[in-house]
Design a protein around this ligand. Structure first.
Ligand SMILES: Nc1ncnc2c1ncn2[C@@H]1O[C@H](COP(=O)(O)OP(=O)(O)O)[C@@H](O)[C@H]1O
Ligand SMILES: O=P(O)(O)OC[C@H](O)CO
Length: 501
């Protein structure tokens, strides 16, 4: 009798396999990091073969650590970094190029050219998304146009496109020997090729980006059995797929309209469930699919996507050497009392929500002879909290709903200083659940629901409990002064990249 569910969490920096029990508690996990490839400024790639090798390895390691056989798994769920675009050969299974990662800005010019004719919001009504190099469509167009022979192969049906979920499912189910070519509706909603109304590929969007339909996967439900694994062990049902931010919303059990979470990882992604109808954004957010369960109406979400948060901590570590490990940032930031007037705007890939400025670039401002490493570390942490406030304010405007508190998760939520500052700058409590691996948990939930391991959404809600809550402590005057300083710094980051014509 299966008594566990496995989740593959293929993130921007690492791949995890986590085995959960019926209460959503972790039985075992395994994790491997993969290389971040930066061939030029603004370009970010991953090697799809490395990602598949790591997935294969962590699944075996995780299961062994849990002391389970594959038959003990009721299902496997998949969650993944979204938007990252892959193209591979159907016959050989070989990638035609490295994956173009969501942060990659090489298609800025293509996107700007499309925006000249109709503006940045010309595809919002259909796809819910502004024009930005962040989404997959322009990345796929780049692969089709720049990789030798790719377009011809795609038109003949010999090249397959997918986000990371598609690549994993295809390999898990046999690869060139009959692998399934599918993606789930949440991942499809991030390509800028899917209609939010029909939940299918949109002919107009395919035309705008010159994408042949034959290259695209079939769109499936987020929770629903789509096949069985053949690798790395056979016979386990694949019961669900969710893009990682939607998975965290599901794992935080935000099933009712108005419930929201913020995930603090490489970037930050705040999502609010808005119910069975898409809510158009006028405040700079993205409208996206939250999840679909077989036989039920879809749930939509408003999302505030922030490109760089935890990645700024990595940058302090890897590029500046100010800290030796991410965890050291808290001590360094606590070595000073405040930010000393310093702000860091991490516009490394431009700025996403709510600004959507591809022409912005990163800056450190407010420097004086007084400023030291501690102030810079503190300003880096504060940048995450200010960016979060910007997107939550936009979310409240768009949805007309006020958030009483903020459910938080992700790797940065171990940072007590950040969580306290977040509560301070929002003037609302922040809280972290007991099971902090909400992304993997959401994928496990989607898969377990599809196979009857869990019966209802209510069963999942019963598993959720608060671990820690932070209450706002600073005065309104200080809050206003800090946030005003941030707004001025952001303005100065705009327009650094001059558009080439
Ligand atoms: N103590 C810490 N304080 C601040 N940031 C941290 C800390 N520990 C880890 N991080 C950051 O959290 C991120 C990892 O979080 P995770 O949720 O695993 O990200 P992802 O899923 O995007 O790969 C990294 O960018 C890392 O720099
Ligand atoms: O892999 P993460 O956690 O950095 O998430 C990446 C997002 O899905 C990008 O949209």
């Amino acid at each position: 009798m299966p008594d566990a569910v496995g989740a593959i969490d293929q993130g921007t920096t690492s791949t995890r396999f986590i085995v959960f029990d019926r209460h959503g508690a972790i039985l075992a996990q395994a994790q491997r990091e993969h290389e971040q490839i930066f061939p030029r400024p603004g370009w970010v790639e991953h090697d799809p073969r490395e990602i598949w090798r790591n997935t294969h390895a962590v699944m075996r390691e995780g299961l062994a650590r849990a002391g389970l056989t594959p038959q003990a798994l009721a299902a496997i769920g998949i969650t993944n970094q979204r938007e990252t675009a892959l193209l591979w050969d159907r016959r050989t299974g070989e990638p035609l190029h490295n994956a173009l990662v969501w942060q990659d800005t090489r298609t800025d010019r293509h996107v700007a050219a499309l925006a000249r004719d109709g503006g940045r919001d010309r595809f919002r009504a259909v796809t819910g998304l502004p024009l930005a190099s962040y989404f997959s469509a322009s990345k796929l167009a780049w692969l089709l146009d720049r990789v030798d022979g790719a377009r011809a192969k795609a038109e003949e049906g010999d090249a397959l496109f997918g986000t990371v979920d598609s690549w994993l499912v295809w390999n898990l189910t046999g690869g060139p020997q009959g692998g399934l070519h599918v993606t789930d509706v949440t991942n499809a909603s991030r390509t800028q090729l899917m209609s939010l109304a029909t939940l299918d590929w949109d002919e107009g969007m395919l035309g705008a980006f010159r994408i042949p339909r034959a290259v695209l996967p079939r769109i499936v439900c987020s929770s629903g059995v789509l096949g069985e694994t053949r690798e790395p062990f056979p016979g386990v049902p694949i019961g669900g797929i969710l893009g990682d931010q939607q998975a965290a919303l599901f794992g935080q059990t935000c099933f009712a309209a108005g419930e929201a979470k913020n995930t603090y990882g490489t970037g930050c992604f705040a999502l609010m469930n808005t119910g069975p109808q898409p809510v158009a954004s006028t405040a700079g957010l993205v409208t996206t699919v939250a999840y679909t369960c077989e036989g039920h109406a879809p749930a939509y979400a408003l999302e505030g996507s922030i490109a760089i948060t935890g990645a700024l901590v990595q940058w302090l570590r890897d590029n500046l050497g100010l800290i030796g490990a991410s965890s050291e940032i808290e001590g360094l930031a606590r070595s000073v009392e405040d930010n000393g007037g310093v702000y860091v705007v991490p516009a490394f890939s431009g700025l996403y929500a709510p600004h959507w400025r591809d022409d912005a670039r990163g800056l450190i401002i407010g420097l004086t002879r007084y400023a030291n490493r501690g102030h810079i570390a503190r300003a880096c942490l504060e940048a995450t909290a200010y960016q979060t406030r910007e997107v939550l304010e936009a979310m409240e405007r768009d949805s007309g709903m006020a958030l009483a508190e903020l459910r938080c998760d992700g790797g940065m939520t171990v940072n007590d200083l950040l969580m306290q500052f977040q509560a301070d700058i929002l003037d609302r409590p922040t809280l972290r659940p007991k099971i902090s691996e909400t992304t993997a948990l959401g994928a496990a939930y989607a898969a377990g629901l599809a196979t009857g391991f869990w019966k209802t959404l209510g069963d999942l809600r019963d598993n959720w409990a608060v671990d820690k809550r932070w209450h706002p402590r600073i005065a309104e005057e200080e809050r206003r002064a800090l946030f005003t300083g941030w707004g001025r710094a952001v303005e100065r980051s705009f327009g650094w990249i001059e558009e080439e014509t």
